[in-house]
Design a protein around this ligand. Structure first.
Ligand code: AMP
Length: 539
């Protein structure tokens, strides 16, 4: 397909408002593209390369304007003015003159030739690559007509702005080749390659689509989780759920091909293999060939999990990998399997877990089947004690849905533990509460003395305040203004959002948003929580 024809048709898609009309127009475009449909199915969404590909154009507006300037003769200042006027670099390019308005320059007339030019662009790296990239884009724009210039510019920046996303292309493929939309959806999930899916539908129809499968070495979108409250867990997941530790690391998809070659991909499907040679080694020695597994990489020190920041240092470091490796070691925890000789996405988690146990060697993370809140709480406690972030609860009979954030995987971060603290002072209230002590100073146990951690002024009912004021009036040891000091006799249980370090209090910590939960009559001041516990919770 000539690029000028593609541009003309995309212009029509852009003008249409309704979803059905857009889909029908895109279906027409795909049919007309014939054997260029793979490129067209991507281009119409503003994508140059397949989702799994590591190729990137890496072109920003500045480089684009330089190329427009070179091709049109307009100064960069003029170009920026037109961009401001039109509000879009593509519309700006369409307004400028690029010559004969017949074809694109640089010998690229068809969409496929434009695609090849983009491949050359992506391959440019290192010294002088900026100039070379400008040249490639300028060549494409040379001689371009308005619509072609608009869509070349937008493709370069990766945004078509015509209101066509993966969903529209999925529906359009089904319409253009008269295949089941569910078959298209499935093929997209497995291959992450809308061009290939469109081409397969065109040449082999539905049967061909159903034969498509995950390919080792081409990342699949990872399944995502939704935040939930522990209390609602069994409502969402049924009577029994898989409960796992939630690691504070980075998602990793592990591919091992038929020859044992390992590659690793991030949540955004970027290749991580080079940054994590130690993880590659662990996989090589433990994991079967010809599989795709899902997991989390976690930074550790002496076997203890380290904060996520430590891991980032490893992932950011492309060079001196070995050096950072010695500073921060990384372990992988595998929790799912997507492929073992064939895709397993349609299998239940229960089934996939059994496969994982056969394929993943010693690198599998623990998972428990729980049917009671007590059981879930126990796993949560163990996870937190081991230094992890919380728990994940998953539906045992759910399938693996790439890229979806559904209610089959729930992430449950813990309510912070409550604290039992001594009440060492207070403040008289204002306004409606002038004759009540409305705020209480709290302290934990230090080495022989009590150390302040903050004030609590919320969570009380009016009756609470009446009763407490009565109790504490008898305990005032000094203070005649607004602030009073108490003989420490009473223990409060308080909740809070977070523990922060703070120079304001002599404990060195402050509770963020503390709230009164009740008086611990069963506890004596010598039993209140210690500074050590505060430090542990803070960590
Ligand atoms: P969030 O990033 O807060 O949306 O939480 C979801 C992320 O938790 C996933 O993408 C994984 O990177 C991570 N994670 C840690 N442990 C697990 C686990 N056992 N199962 C699934 N995801 C996990």
């Amino acid at each position: 397909m000539e690029f000028t024809e593609f541009a003309r048709r995309v212009e029509r898609v852009e003008e249409l408002k309704g979803d059905h009309e857009k889909t029908a127009e895109v279906a027409d475009l795909l049919s007309a593209a014939e054997d260029d449909v793979d490129v067209v199915a991507r281009f119409v969404q503003g994508r140059v390369f397949p989702g799994w590909s590591q190729h990137k154009l890496d072109v920003g507006p500045a480089l684009l304007y330089e190329a427009i300037s070179l091709a049109s003769g307009a100064s960069e200042q003029e170009i920026e003015e037109v961009v401001r006027e039109t509000g879009d670099p593509g519309d700006a390019a369409a307004k400028l003159e690029f010559g004969s308005q017949q074809t694109l320059g640089g010998g690229a007339d068809t969409v496929d030739e434009v695609y090849r030019a983009f491949e050359r662009l992506a391959d440019e790296s290192g010294e002088g690559s900026q100039r070379a990239k400008v040249r490639v884009v300028a060549d494409l724009l040379m001689d371009a007509d308005d619509a072609s210039a608009r869509y070349v510019a937008r493709l370069v920046l990766g945004e078509m702005r015509v209101g066509v996303g993966e969903g529209t292309v999925r529906d359009a493929v089904a319409e253009a080749y008269d295949v089941d939309v569910e078959a298209v959806e499935r093929a997209l999930m497995l291959t992450n390659d809308c061009g290939r899916v469109a081409e397969t539908a065109r040449v082999e129809g539905e049967k061909g689509l159903r034969a498509l499968d995950i390919e080792v070495g081409r990342p699949v979108k990872p399944m995502l989780a939704q935040q939930a409250d522990v209390e609602d867990l069994f409502d969402d997941l049924g009577d029994e759920a898989a409960v796992e530790w939630k690691y504070d690391g980075a998602r990793v998809q592990v591919h091992v091909d038929g020859t044992g070659e390992v590659s690793l991909y991030s949540r955004r499907m970027e290749e991580l293999t080079e940054s994590l040679p130690d993880v590659v080694e662990q996989i090589e020695s433990e994991v079967e060939d010809d599989v795709v597994l899902d997991g989390e990489v976690v930074a550790t020190e002496d076997g203890e999990p380290m904060p996520f920041q430590e891991l980032l240092r490893r992932l950011r470091r492309k060079y001196d990998v070995r050096e950072t490796q010695e500073e921060v070691s990384v372990e992988v925890q595998l929790f799912d399997v997507l492929y073992r000789g064939e895709a397993l996405l349609d299998e239940t988690l229960e089934h996939r877990r059994r496969v994982l146990e056969e394929a993943g060697g010693d690198l599998i993370s623990p998972s428990w089947r729980e049917s009671s809140m007590d059981g879930v709480r126990r796993v949560e406690r163990e996870s937190l004690d081991a230094g992890h972030e919380g728990i994940m609860a998953k539906s045992l009979d759910s399938t693996y849905s790439p890229g979806r954030r559904g209610r089959n995987w729930l992430k449950l971060k813990p309510e912070p533990e409550t604290l039992d603290v001594a009440v060492v002072g207070g403040e008289w209230g204002e306004g409606r509460r002038t004759d009540l002590i409305g705020s209480y100073h709290l302290a934990v146990r230090g080495d022989g003395d009590l150390l302040k951690v903050g004030n609590v002024a919320t969570g009380f009912t009016d009756e609470d305040l009446d009763r407490l004021t009565e109790t504490f009036e008898d305990l005032v040891v000094q203070g005649d203004g607004m602030e009073v000091e108490f003989e420490p006799k009473v223990v409060f249980e308080v909740g809070y959002e977070e523990i922060q370090t703070s120079p304001e209090y002599d404990s060195g910590f402050a509770l963020r948003f503390p709230r009164f939960l009740g008086v611990r009559r069963d506890k004596d001041v010598k039993d209140v929580d210690s500074l050590g516990k505060l430090e542990r919770l803070y960590r």
